[in-house]
Design a protein around this ligand. Structure first.
Ligand code: HAM
Length: 459
């Protein structure tokens, strides 16, 4: 009988791990890069016009800074914070928002000693461990604006105006402002009592989270997105009915200033925002398209009692006069807002890409090593002149390089071959007409600057 040879066991290779960005976090590349950059430029321009100074903050702060400012009982602190313990035992958190960090920076850097008011703005990523869905990410970008040292209602109106004008300057022209006042600690105490009484009578129908909120943080009952809880909210007492005289006067003045500035708004008596530090004015921005509104804004109108799912807001903010003192700093009134960069890019993307025209650029073509050396030198001269360039110095084929110039929609190709190196010239080819001319090295930069200026004008 033939002997059956035992086959050596082949060790199964473990499949290679396919790396992915963490859930709810996304790369920004391709056309979106320009859309993000454009928004940042719009924010920089608006910040400059309204007197805001830029501040760059650490992405990580002391965890307690957010616990004490955003508040326990809020979803952000209870469920969504990325926290970490350092080797030294410090409890830190990835910032879920900017306001607390800016208040910390104001106090730590002695900005109370500067002439007031102080206006600061920041830009960057924030992190919330929420359920990812369209428009809701775990890492998202904010443009954040904070205005310290002014308690006058005009400051609230100014902040709302800046938020609206920034969105408009970026191309979101159907902005709906939703505004409310949640009063001072005194009015809020009375309102909270009324809210608890109302919600206790409905407690059997509340979601488990809201049952808990009833005893921990009653104001947060109004933030709940659960369908049944949204229905219950419709009959709840309204914040404005509980405002004291001072808070009521403040709110009326904010609305009058908005009317004067022709900023339309909807009054939303249930808008309380999901962070605990606010008092008096609170506001959110939405797009009319998403809110199911035809006209952009209606002054003093009531907020829609939408049957459909609430659209996500692309910005929000309000007054927070107690926060600085609560964190151990001087008593400093403040108002601010943050815009959700990712959501604004999403709102503007289709329209912007439809109308997008590439910035006029030039493709530098070289053939042979001597030409490569010249190309390296010319790249620097053209860069210094501010001309946008594409090139691939490792390529040899003229045809392939001209194909790339077509792909990049370059308006000119600059061609350097053996002959051009000897004659100290460059061939300038108009990619649209195919017309070519030779220009000496010494005159190239000036000649290209003039040509690019013309192409930019014609764009
Ligand atoms: P917020 O309403 O939590 O307010 O966030 C502001 C904006 O950030 C939102 O309107 C939204 O556009 C965007 N945003 C928030 N969470 C996400 C997410 N998970 N994914 C995508 N975008 C998101 C604040 O953060 C306050 N600090 C605003 C403020 C500044 N109040 C006073 N000063």
């Amino acid at each position: 009988m033939a002997e059956i040879k035992k086959q050596p066991r082949v060790k199964k290779e473990k499949p290679q791990k396919v790396f992915q960005a963490p859930r709810g976090m996304h790369d920004i590349f391709g056309p979106d890069t320009a859309l993000f950059e454009e928004l940042r430029m719009a924010a920089t321009a608006c910040a400059g016009s309204y007197g805001y100074q830029y501040i760059e903050l650490p992405v990580i702060e002391d965890r307690d800074l957010f616990v004490r400012s955003v508040g326990t009982g809020t979803d952000i602190v209870d469920k969504e914070m990325y926290t970490l313990k350092t080797q030294g035992g410090d409890m830190l958190a990835l910032r879920p928002e900017f306001t607390a960090g800016i208040v910390r920076a104001y106090m730590q850097n002695g900005m109370q000693n500067l002439p007031q008011p102080v206006k600061l703005w920041a830009w960057g990523p924030a992190f919330r461990h929420d359920n990812p869905q369209a428009g809701r990410y775990r890492q998202f970008w904010q443009a954040d604006f904070e205005f310290f040292g002014a308690d006058h209602p005009i400051a609230d109106a100014e902040a709302i105006q800046l938020a609206v004008k920034l969105a408009e300057s970026y191309g979101i022209t159907d902005v709906c402002v939703y505004v409310n006042s949640i009063g001072c600690t005194e009015c809020r105490g009375n309102y909270r009592k009324a809210l608890k009484t109302y919600y206790r009578s409905k407690s059997r129908k509340l979601c488990p989270d809201c049952k808990r909120r009833l005893s921990t943080n009653a104001l947060r009952l109004l933030d709940c997105k659960n369908e049944q809880c949204v229905l219950i909210k419709k009959e709840a007492p309204e914040t404005t009915e509980y405002l004291c005289k001072n808070c009521s006067d403040h709110f009326k003045k904010v609305l009058t200033f908005l009317d004067e500035a022709k900023i339309g708004y909807f009054l939303d008596p249930y808008l309380v925002r999901g962070l605990d530090y606010y008092n008096r004015t609170v506001f959110e921005l939405k797009s009319a398209r998403q809110s199911g509104r035809n006209e952009s804004t209606v002054e003093g109108d009531q907020a829609p009692q939408a049957e459909q799912k609430e659209p996500l807001s692309f910005g929000g903010g309000g007054r927070y006069d107690y926060l600085m003192k609560m964190l151990g700093g001087p008593d400093t009134p403040a108002v601010g807002f943050a815009l959700g960069v990712d959501r604004m890019v999403e709102l503007a993307r289709d329209e912007k890409l439809k109308n997008a025209k590439p910035e006029p650029n030039v493709y530098l073509v070289q053939i042979g090593d001597a030409a490569r050396m010249e190309a390296l030198r010319l790249i620097e001269e053209l860069r210094a002149a501010g001309i946008k360039l594409f090139f691939d110095l490792s390529r040899d084929s003229l045809k392939a390089q001209l194909r790339s110039a077509d792909r990049e929609q370059s308006v000119y190709a600059l061609i350097i071959g053996q002959k051009e190196v000897l004659d100290q010239e460059v061939i300038v080819r108009d990619m649209q007409t195919g017309i070519q001319e030779s220009i000496p090295y010494a005159k190239l930069v000036e000649a290209m600057k003039a040509r690019m200026k013309q192409k930019t004008k014609a764009k």
